[in-house]
Design a protein around this ligand. Sequence first.
Ligand code: ZN
Length: 245
Amino acid sequence: MRIAIIADVHANLAALEAVLKHAHGQRALDGVWCLGDMVGYGPDPGACIQLLRQYDPICLVGNHDLAALSLLDTAEFNPDAAAAALWTARQLNDEERHYLEGLPQVVEEGDFTMAHGTLRWPIWEYLYSYEAAMAHLQRQETRWGLVGHTHVPMLVVADEEGQGCQMYYLEDGAAVQLRQGRLVINPGAVGQPRDGDPRAAYAVYDADAGTITIHRVEYDIAATQKRMAEAGLPPRLIQRLSYGQ
Ligand code: ZN
């Protein structure tokens, strides 16, 4: 069984299509797990929801999904993100809104626990710091965890005694051996990478091999930027896609 693990699609249809095509080439569409923020920032929220739903994914809710539903106060967003959230809210039809409203904050699936941010604060907290990683691991009852939200591919491995952990950035092609113990993986962002590599990021879970492998996929960035400009989305959000920041 091979599963595509995606996060932070952010309404970037060109990136989502490229990732799903790549996953198809990897024979990795026995399932799709989506770690939240399907919408927000990008120009095609409805189309991304429709496309992803064809794969009957396990899907979590993220902060930008809640903001698009007006279930989260955007006062804590930066002005560009808040403007994009307001725009997104106007694009969604009732069915798309209903779908996002039904998404859970945390899901356990086999040996995995999934959340958008961390298990301490699933919607908001970034799993960047050592302290956040330890707080997350203390709440993770399964061996393995999956998170998104930072838009940076990363691995956290718990020490055997559970008293500490090691944190690593993951590059294209990095294959994590799951048997090494309790760990957390962030597959990076499909629709708005922030590690300086503008290519879309996702991961493939190979259940038979016991690995999760990070992949970076080229997509038509200019096509997404053109759609964003047509929609009148903030210029800074358009430009950052070129730099993966
Ligand atoms: Zn996000």
